[in-house]
Design a protein around this ligand. Structure first.
Ligand SMILES: Nc1ncnc2c1ncn2[C@@H]1O[C@H](COP(=O)(O)OP(=O)(O)OP(=O)(O)O)[C@@H](O)[C@H]1O
Ligand SMILES: [Mg+2]
Length: 640
C-alpha cells in the first residue's frame, strides 16, 4: 500500500504555475454552478408561501399606538386565502393618513391623570411662596439673567413650563396679574388643589363632564357668597376710605420684600392712585423709574412726569434748567444738520454751486428751529435726536431741549401737559403746545431727571425707586405694581374681605353645607371644592412653620360653631394664633378673591375637559420653534 499523503503535502508537491491554473479552474466551475442554479429557479419557481412573508406593522399589536398612519391589513383567514392564490399579490393595501408622520397622540384616562399630575407638580413649585412667611424664588433664565421674586405670575412666567396642560396654570396666573394684579400664587394653588381633590373621582371612573359641572356650581355658590359677605366702605368719608385703601395695599405688600417698609410704601401707592383720574384710573399714568443705589426709603413720588435725562450735546450746560409755567413742544422730528452728500450724489461744477447746497442744508434746519422758537416754546422734547447745532441754538435763546425721549415718557408728558406730538415744525399753534406748573431738571441719586410738576390735564405721577441691587429694585417694582392694582380695584369696587385664609375657610364651610342639600355625584364634587379651598390657610400655616392640623381643625370648628361670629377668623401670622383677620386689618379687595376662584375653576375645568393630546412633530422638536437668527433684514429695531 502506498503511503497516505496529506492534501497539503500534495499541494506543496505541485509546481507554482500549475497551482495558478488549478485555482482558475475552480473559479470557473463555481460560476458555472451559480448560473445553472439561477436558470433552474427561473424555470421552476418555488411555491409563494415559502417566499413571501408578511410582517405586521410594529404598532398593530398596540391599541393606542402613537403613530397616526393606519395600515389596513386583511384579517388572518383572508390573508391565508390570498397567499394560496399565488405569489404575485404584493399586498397593496390603501393607507389612511389622518395626521402627519411623527405626530404623537396620547389619550384616555392615563392622559387625564398625567395632565393632573403635571399641574400638581407646577403648584408644588410655587406653594412655598404664599403668604407673609413665604419664601422667594431665584430663577436664572436661558440668558443667565437672575430674577428673585415672590410674585406668582413672574415665577410662573420664568419657569418656562412646557407641559401643555400645565401651561394653563401659567396663563391663569398671567390673567390674574393683568386683571387684578394680586392673588396670582393663590389662583395657581387653588387650581392645583381642585385637580388634586377630584383626581380620585377620575380614577374611580366619574365622568369628567360631571366633575366640571360640579366645580362650576361650586364656583357660582362661592362667588355669590363672597358678594354677600364683602364689606363696603362709604367713599364720602375720605379718611375712612383712605384707610381702607392703605390696608388693602399693606396686605398685598405683607408677603413681599417691601413688607418691612409697608407704611412708607402704602402711602406712596395710595397717593399715586389717588392722583389718577378717578374715572379712568389708568395705571399707565403712574410711571415707575428705577435708580440703583441709595436705600429703599429714598424712593419718592413725583407729582407729575419724571424721566431720566437723555443724551445731550455740547451747549446743553448753557440751557436753563427750570421754568415756571413753561410752554412745552413735543416732536417726532430730528433736529440735526443733515449733510445731503451722505445720502445722495450731488455733482457740481462750481464752488458757488457747492456753497448753494450747503446753504440749503443749513436753511432747512434753521427754518425748523426758527418755527419752534416762533411758537414760543420754552421746553422742546423730541423722540429723535436733537444735535449740537440745535442744542446751541436753543441755549442761545434760553430754551431747554431733550432729544431721544422714550415713547412712553413722551406720551405721558403729552397726556399730562396737553401737548400733541408733532411730526413737523411748520404751522405749530397753541393747540399743539402744552404747559405745566413747573419744569425742572434735578439730580436724583446719580442721575439727572427731567421733572414736570402740576400738570393740568391728565392726572399723572411718577414713582422713583431707589435701592441696592438691580434684582432688588425689580422685585420692589413688581410688588408696587401688585399694590397699585389692588388699590385701583379697591377704589373701583369699594368692597373688601378679610385675608389670612379666613374667607377661604368661610367659603369652605358654606360649600360643605350647600353640598348637603344637593343629591347625587354633585354633592361629592362640591365637597371636594370645599376641601380644596382650605389649601390657602393650610399653606399659610405651613410656610410660617405652624402646626397645620391644629390650626385647620380649630378654624373648621370655629367656622362651623358660629359662622356669623367667627366669619373672619383666619391664620394670624404675626401672633401665631387663630384670630379675626378683619379686626387685624388684613383686608383684600373682594374682586381679588372672586377672580381667583373663577379663574382657578375655569383652569381646572379646562384641564379636565381634555382627553387627548395631539403633538405635532414640529412642536416636539425644540429647534422648530426657535426664532430665526437675526441676519440681513431681520432683527432691526422697530422705528416709528
Ligand atoms: N398679616 C397677614 N396674616 C395672615 N395672612 C396674610 C397676612 N398678610 C397677607 N396674608 C395672606 O397672604 C396671602 C397672599 O400671599 P401672597 O401675596 O404671597 O400670594 P398672592 O397674593 O396669592 O400672589 P402674588 O402676591 O404673588 O400675586 C393672602 O391669602 C393674604 O390673605
Ligand atoms: Mg399678594
Amino acid at each position: 500500500m502506498p503511503p497516505r499523503r496529506s492534501l497539503w503535502a500534495i499541494y506543496k508537491g505541485i509546481e507554482p504555475r500549475h497551482r495558478v491554473l488549478l485555482g482558475m479552474g475552480f473559479m470557473g466551475f463555481s460560476m458555472l454552478g451559480i448560473w445553472v442554479s439561477d436558470r433552474l429557479e427561473k424555470r421552476f419557481p418555488a411555491p409563494a408561501d415559502s417566499r413571501v412573508t408578511h410582517r405586521a406593522p410594529a404598532n398593530a399589536a398596540r391599541p393606542h399606538a402613537t403613530t397616526t398612519t393606519q395600515n389596513y391589513y386583511p384579517e388572518p383567514g383572508r390573508q391565508a386565502a390570498m397567499a394560496g392564490r399565488g405569489p404575485q399579490m404584493p399586498m397593496m393595501q390603501p393607507q389612511v393618513i389622518v395626521l402627519k408622520e411623527g405626530t404623537d397622540t396620547s389619550q384616555g384616562m392615563p392622559q387625564l391623570l398625567s395632565n393632573i399630575s403635571a399641574c400638581i407638580a407646577v403648584c408644588d413649585t410655587i406653594r412655598t411662596t404664599l403668604g407673609p412667611r413665604g419664601m422667594d424664588k431665584l430663577i436664572v433664565d436661558s440668558q443667565k439673567r437672575v430674577t428673585i421674586s415672590n410674585d406668582g405670575a413672574t415665577i410662573m412666567k420664568l419657569l418656562d413650563v412646557v407641559q401643555p396642560a400645565a401651561r394653563t396654570l401659567v396663563d391663569i396666573a398671567r390673567a390674574q396679574d393683568a386683571e387684578v394684579g394680586d392673588g396670582t400664587t393663590s389662583v395657581v394653588l387653588l387650581a392645583g388643589e381642585l385637580l388634586k381633590e377630584v383626581r380620585e373621582y377620575i380614577e374611580e371612573g366619574v365622568g369628567a363632564q360631571v366633575i366640571i359641572k360640579g366645580l362650576r356650581k361650586a364656583a357660582d355658590l362661592a362667588i355669590d357668597h363672597i358678594r354677600e359677605l364683602a364689606v363696603s366702605v362709604d367713599r364720602s368719608d375720605a379718611a375712612e376710605f383712605r384707610a381702607l385703601l392703605e390696608k388693602c395695599a399693606a396686605t398685598s405688600m405683607n408677603s413681599k420684600l417691601i413688607g418691612s417698609q409697608k407704611e412708607f410704601f402704602t402711602k406712596i401707592v395710595v397717593d399715586a392712585v389717588m392722583r389718577l383720574d378717578q374715572e379712568e384710573l389708568n395705571e399707565d399714568m403712574i410711571g415707575i423709574k428705577k435708580i440703583p443705589g441709595g436705600a429703599m426709603q429714598d424712593s419718592l413720588l413725583v407729582d407729575g412726569v419724571a424721566f431720566k435725562k437723555s443724551f445731550s450735546y455740547a451747549g446743553f450746560e448753557q440751557q436753563p434748567k427750570a421754568f415756571d409755567s413753561p410752554t412745552i413742544v413735543c416732536l417726532n422730528v430730528e433736529l440735526e444738520l443733515k449733510a445731503e452728500k451722505d445720502n445722495a450724489e450731488v455733482r457740481v461744477d462750481k464752488v458757488s454751486e457747492y456753497q448753494a447746497v450747503v446753504d440749503a442744508e443749513w436753511k432747512i434746519i434753521f427754518d425748523k428751529l426758527d418755527s419752534i422758537v416762533a411758537a414760543g416754546a420754552n421746553v422742546v422734547l423730541s423722540r429723535l435726536p436733537i444735535g449740537d447745532l440745535a442744542t446751541q441754538y436753543f441755549a442761545d435763546r434760553n430754551i431747554f431741549c431733550a432729544g431721544r425721549v422714550s415713547k412712553d415718557d413722551l406720551d405721558r408728558v403729552c397726556e399730562a401737559t396737553g401737548c400733541r406730538v408733532q411730526s413737523t415744525t411748520t404751522g405749530l399753534t397753541a393747540a399743539h403746545l402744552g404747559t405745566c406748573e413747573r419744569f425742572e431738571e434735578r439730580q436724583v441719586g446719580g442721575q439727572r431727571f427731567n421733572i414736570f410738576r402740576g400738570c393740568p390735564r391728565a392726572k399723572t405721577c411718577t414713582i422713583i425707586l431707589r435701592g441696592g441691587a438691580e434684582q432688588f429694585i425689580d422685585e420692589v417694582e413688581r410688588s408696587l405694581h401688585d399694590s397699585i392694582m389692588v388699590v385701583r380695584r379697591a377704589v373701583k369696587n369699594q368692597a373688601v374681605v378679610a385675608g389670612g385664609g379666613s374667607i377661604e375657610m368661610e367659603l369652605s364651610r358654606y360649600l360643605r353645607e350647600a353640598a348637603r342639600q344637593i343629591e347625587g355625584k354633585q354633592q361629592l364634587i362640591i365637597s371636594a371644592a370645599a376641601r380644596a379651598l382650605e389649601v390657602i390657610p393650610r399653606q399659610l400655616c405651613e410656610n410660617a412653620g405652624f402646626d397645620t392640623t391644629d390650626f385647620i381643625t380649630q378654624l373648621r370648628a370655629r367656622h362651623a360653631q358660629d359662622p356669623k361670629r367667627f366669619r373672619w377668623h383666619g391664620v394670624d401670622i404675626d401672633e401665631e394664633a387663630v384670630a379675626d383677620m378683619f379686626a387685624k386689618f388684613v383686608w383684600e379687595p373682594a374682586v381679588v378673591k372672586i377672580n381667583a376662584i373663577s379663574s382657578a375653576v375655569e383652569a381646572a375645568c379646562l384641564v379636565l375637559s381634555v382627553d387627548e393630546t395631539v403633538t405635532s412633530q414640529r412642536a416636539q422638536d425644540p429647534m422648530a420653534n426657535a426664532q430665526p437668527a437675526p441676519g440681513r433684514g431681520r432683527g432691526m429695531p422697530m422705528m416709528g
